[in-house]
Design a protein around this ligand. Sequence first.
Ligand code: HEC
Ligand code: HEC
Length: 150
Amino acid sequence: MKTVFTVILVASVATFVGCASFRPPADMRGSDVAAPDQAPVEKQYATRAPNADLTALIPRTFKGQPPLIPHEVEKYLPITVEENDCLDCHISDDFKGRKMPRMGDSHFSQTEKEADGSPKVNMSRWQCNSCHVAQVDAPPLVDNTFVGNK
Ligand code: HEC
Ligand code: HEC
């Protein structure tokens, strides 16, 4: 009987200590589930103009990755059916005497040419910013151990 009593006493104390140190889980959202979502802080996109500095290119993290855009894009958007300012620079490796990263052959039609015989952009590559994204200086939301594989 005495042993049973001791066991119950020890269990009760352990439960009490356990409860006292209980902390509710911290939510990553920073607010209660029922609270309305807060608008995220507006991030500042890169404002650096392209300057033909090929050292500014952002290293790729895996093979076949669409390279990230290292310069500002605001001035060149939106891309419409009639107009695509990105092509001014990226259709060839030279723009007004400055060296440019030319889009790969994958971006040009294999079957059609422009009227003047120059390469024609493949329409599946027309909307550049559906694959290439501009950059903000934002830390990852969650720490991770991802290692790129080029
Ligand atoms: C005025 C010329 C110009 C325009 C317009 C321009 N770019 Fe660029 N872009 C460059 C230059 C020059 C670089 C090389 C890095 C630098 O100087 O910033 C570059 C780099 C890039 C890269 C990285 C390439 C790599 O191999 O890493 C991508 C992707 C890119 N631009 C996409 C775009 C997109 C999408 C648009 C339109 C929204 C655009 N660029 C408009 C000149 C331009
Ligand atoms: C469907 C996705 C997609 C679209 C749309 C797209 N790209 Fe790309 N881009 C890629 C991928 C993937 C690569 C890397 C492999 C390659 O060259 O195909 C790339 C590579 C590039 C490069 C680097 C070329 C090199 O050889 O290093 C430039 C510059 C570029 N794209 C510019 C553009 C521009 C400008 C547009 C719009 C006219 C555009 N891309 C549209 C996926 C895309």
